[in-house]
Design a protein. Structure first.
Length: 199
């Protein structure tokens, strides 16, 4: 377990610094302090390293967002706490987050039918959590938005943009989190509530 963790940590650092395409297995092995054959033995090929890093990142991010959101008194609070959890995870796991954000694993691995489904499922679970929190807020009256899927996409886009600023352009993750929460609060409460909820 320690060997595989060391290899994954080394791969994450190098993928974040150089990108997946510019990181040979020999460099990952060197950084992890193991032989290149050891990397191949544990992961078979470089694609598996990226897939494992992506799934770990997404599951960790989901767990943090879910934990934070569960403390909300209503749907709106839970959405805002989800946002807090997203940025908290970025601050606590910058290297892992940068390795994921820099390399777009689903695009890099699109030729691998065995690796992409786990990443796609983990991405979908994170999106579904946000979607459910928005529906909760509409149903409990704390959110006035009616087109839930559109607002979920807007929030995701805002969070991903903020993540790029924080990770690759020296943005202040705490300030970005506060700005995002303020914008999202306005977006979800300043809308006239008309018509049925669109899930």
């Amino acid at each position: 377990m320690q060997t595989t963790d060391a290899i994954l940590r080394a791969a994450g650092v190098l993928f974040a610094e150089r990108g997946y395409d510019c990181t040979p297995i020999a460099d990952i092995a060197n950084k992890a302090g193991v032989a290149a054959g050891t990397v191949i033995y544990h992961f078979k090929r470089k694609e598996r390293l990226l897939a494992e890093l992506a799934v770990r990142h997404l599951r960790g991010l989901h767990a943090c967002c879910q934990d934070q959101a569960s403390r909300g008194a209503n749907g709106l609070d839970s959405v805002l706490l989800y946002v807090d959890g997203f940025y908290r995870y970025l601050r606590e796991h910058p290297g892992e987050s940068a390795a994921y954000m820099k390399n777009f694993p689903v695009d890099k691995l699109k030729g691998s039918r065995e690796l992409v489904p786990d990443i796609t499922a983990a991405e979908r679970n994170l999106q579904l959590l946000l979607h459910c929190l928005l529906i909760l807020g509409v149903n409990d009256g704390s959110i006035e938005a009616r087109e839930v899927a559109g607002y979920a996409r807007s929030i995701q886009a805002m969070l991903l943009g903020g993540a790029f600023l924080a990770l690759f352009h020296n943005g202040d993750a705490q300030a970005l989190a506060e700005d995002a929460a303020s914008s999202i609060r306005r977006m979800l409460t300043d809308i006239a509530a008309t018509g049925p909820v669109a899930a």
